[in-house]
Design a binder for this molecule. Structure first.
Ligand SMILES: [Zn+2]
Length: 162
């Protein structure tokens, strides 16, 4: 039997179309940009992928099941709320995030000038040192048709010995 304290890995993925007239919020950081992700909440694809990685590793339902986009309660919601909720669900199972790594794929906005701010924000939300949270931006030279796609992996460990 695998010990309960063994680490758990989770994978998350999300993609939103980038459209005019939407704020561009990624990783909880508002980025000045002419287009932003379209969606029911603030459409923060980065935090959505992160949440799904956390929930997946914990063996829980995914973000869309826990916070359905048909629920008016989540219309325009800040996705930082989803991260807070996911962290609480993890804590209830005696789990914490030990590290996270993300890939953000989009041609606009350029991520590099905002990478440090996003990284710091994620570290703060996950209560981790910045060195345990990382992200990289990838561009597709127009191959992506105006969307932002995010891949996330996290490792969960037991918060304390049971
Ligand atoms: Zn999403």
């Amino acid at each position: 039997m695998v010990p309960d304290s063994a680490p758990r890995i989770g994978l998350g993925w999300d993609r939103h179309a980038l459209v005019e007239g939407r704020s561009c919020i990624l990783g909880g950081v508002e980025i000045p940009n002419e287009v932003g992700p379209k969606g029911h909440s603030d459409a923060d694809a980065l935090l959505h992928a992160l949440c799904d990685a956390m929930l997946g590793a914990a063996g829980l339902d995914d973000l869309g099941t826990l916070f359905p986009d048909t629920d008016p309660k989540w219309k325009g919601a800040a996705s930082t709320q989803f991260v807070e909720a996911a962290v609480s669900l993890l804590h209830a199972q005696n789990l914490v995030v030990a590290s996270a790594d993300l890939v953000v794929i989009c041609d606009s906005p350029k991520l590099a000038p905002h990478r440090a701010a996003i990284r710091a924000n994620l570290a703060q939300m996950l209560d981790l040192p910045v060195s345990r949270v990382n992200l990289k931006g990838k561009t597709t030279e127009g191959g992506f048709g105006g969307a932002v796609e995010v891949q996330a992996v996290v490792i969960l460990i037991a918060a304390r010995k049971a």
